[in-house]
Design a protein around this ligand. Sequence first.
Ligand SMILES: *Cc1c(COP(=O)(O)O)cnc(C)c1O
Length: 412
Amino acid sequence: MTHTNKLAIHGGEKAKQTPFGTGKRFGLEEARELLEALEQNTLFYHFGNKVKRFIADFNEMYGVPYSVATSSGTAAIHVALGAAGVTVGDEVITSPITDQGTMIGILYQNAIPVFADLDPYTYNLNPASIEARITPRTKAILVVHLAGNACDMDPIMEIARKYNIKVIEDCAQAYLTEYKGRLAGTMGDYGCFSTNDFKHISTGDGGIVTVNSGDEEDYRRTHAFADKNYKRIGESLDRNPSSLAPNYRMSELQGAVGIGQLKRLEWLCGRRAELGSALTEGLKDLPQLTTMQVLPDSRCTYWFYMFRLVEDKLNCTREEFGAALEAEGIKNRLGYIPSVVYMQPMFQNKQAYLNSQFPFDLTGTDYKQGDCPVSEEILRTAIQVPLNEFYTDQDLQEMIEAIRKVTLYYAK
Ligand SMILES: *Cc1c(COP(=O)(O)O)cnc(C)c1O
């Protein structure tokens, strides 16, 4: 073994010698918009022009007829569920590997999350598994385009039409992600985005729901659900709700920052797509790993990168692999979340609300280890590494070198 192949964790030279590239996410553009927002003398979205402009720019970029601004991505998903008519005792089929924000709206509507299994290499919902989970209670499918990678939407939309159920796309991690030339967030009935501080673009917190039907009534319903079910489009105002909806309004300050952020989006997603594909190219010949699979004619915009270890081809545990990679100068996380969502205490105890089993007790739904075996395998064998638009080509080369060095050292 040559000197350079000695792992850093064993006292060898680190593969990554220089710090990763960084950059500023916010600039004069955002500052100018913020100042204008303040000069309006109101920060309420309905009276000002910043949220309206943010949404108009987003609609143009996405080629969608309508969308609604919200206070978070979680809020966007809850609003889409409300607009889709999801209510007490309904079932919503979704992914067991996702952010908690995917679950919250389902349970606040007193509906019941049902988990379908994932594809082992795209980490996205397997259409056959979705269909197997459909019952007369199923009201919606909530797909998650994980890490900016597109779900297989054609068969999913076909299933939804067959059973007459709604499709909501969780695009919190999937800006400008493409599936067969179509943008994620424009294919289902609603597309939900997050602008929290960790996503591709940030307004501190915030979100967007697209209304893809093009139906004005649908838009009015969605808009109202983000604003107490007050009807506040145009000049008229109706504050006499006939059902419950939360206040998830976006403020003018968030809208102002969003206008500036959208201008950076094409570049930023382009760079992430390039870096992620290059990482796959640099690793795909290693039989000890599996890389992220992107569907044909599709584009992943890599909110992060996640590969999997092929355990029987490696002489190390995942913990040892991760520690060795860290020592080479590459930060990483084992898996993505601590466990599949249905193993959380909340699901195991069927207790979303303190001292209550509602709404779980409305159905016989059970959550147990083994429900989604592929998803469990993914989380057990995956290693996640960060990707950022400010990484240089050299950063990427060193990242590939580091992963290759650790893999080849432990290869059987
Ligand atoms: C971030 C995220 C959310 C929630 O967005 P917030 O703005 O944090 O509420 C929902 N789903 C996924 C997949 C996410 O990554």
